[in-house]
Write a protein that binds this ligand. Structure first.
Ligand SMILES: C[S@@+](CC[C@H](N)C(=O)[O-])C[C@H]1O[C@@H](n2cnc3c(N)ncnc32)[C@H](O)[C@@H]1O
Length: 266
């Protein structure tokens, strides 16, 4: 039976081979958003297995002897699958390594951290999960948007755009936060409008939150996809839909396009 590392126990002191895995949430974008515990474990790791959206500048301060494996890069002929990443973590720990799996945001928010932790436990590897600041809440904050606000929103939903958005509360006072939403944005808008969302609901797209080239675009739900296309919005981005968007300083610069004609003029 795998043991959990107790909080603040010296990593590496548990596990049958001395190996261990820590799933560390690095927060979004900036290296300044990782927790003290996450930094401590990075300093103790033999190997860091890093994700595409983890704050990359954290790697610059690692001991030069620390091996870095980029799980987002092509290895051989293909990108590592989730199963291959799980197997890599287990294998490294079985070889007695202290492994930090450095992830963007929080490991358990749409980050497959649960699967990685389960794979480690199933293989008898000691695993610690270090929460991170999720992009779902922090990236809106970087644009001056609180996900709840007295009088405007009493709750929020965080969801991937690949899910069924029609089941969510379709109310302007329930903040909707979409992750991985850029490529399916037009479908998402259609789903929300068909499910009864108010077409004039304020909306924001925050690209590359906390990075030097962060960009914030505000508009209304009805023209969200058109505005995103016109401005060439790209991933990674967090999309926020709800009345709380009006609190952003960027709301004053909102882009509101005319509704497009139902069919193109001949
Ligand atoms: C696979 S999910 C991982 C989410 C992560 N576990 C978290 O808690 O933030 C990746 C999505 O997170 C969002 N994201 C992560 N970092 C971001 C950033 N710096 N700026 C904007 N969006 C970001 C984007 O929606 C991206 O497509």
């Amino acid at each position: 039976m795998a043991r959990e590392l107790s909080p603040h126990a010296p990593a590496g002191s548990t596990g049958s081979t001395g190996g261990w895995v820590a799933l560390v949430g690095g927060g979004p974008g900036s290296s300044g958003l990782i927790t003290a515990r996450g930094l401590e474990l990075l300093g103790q790791a033999d190997v860091v297995v890093v994700d595409a959206l983890a704050p990359r500048d954290l790697l610059e301060d690692l001991d030069p002897r620390t091996e870095v494996i980029d799980a987002s890069k092509r290895r051989g002929r293909h990108v590592l699958s989730q199963e291959e990443i799980d197997a890599l973590l287990v294998d490294l720990a079985h070889r007695g390594k202290g492994v930090v799996r450095l992830k963007g945001g929080d490991p358990y928010v749409l980050g497959r951290g649960g699967e990685e932790a389960a794979a480690c436990r199933a293989a008898g590897v000691a695993v610690e999960v270090v929460p991170g600041i999720t992009s779902a809440i922090a990236v809106p904050a970087a644009a001056g948007i609180p996900v709840t606000h007295r009088g405007l929103s009493r709750g929020f939903s965080v969801i991937t755009a690949h899910a069924d958005l029609g089941v969510l509360p379709q109310r302007r006072d329930h903040t909707l936060i979409l992750l991985m939403g850029v490529s399916r944005l037009r479908d998402s808008v259609v789903s929300l409008l068909e499910a009864g969302s108010d077409a004039a609901t304020p909306a924001a797209i925050i690209e590359r939150g906390y990075l030097p080239d962060q960009r914030v675009t505000t508009t209304e739900l009805r023209c969200l996809a058109d505005v995103a296309a016109r401005y060439g919005v790209t991933a990674p981005a967090v999309i926020v839909i709800g009345d709380v968007v009006t609190l952003s300083p960027y709301w004053a610069d909102r882009v509101v396009e005319e509704a497009r004609p139902a069919s193109p003029a001949a």
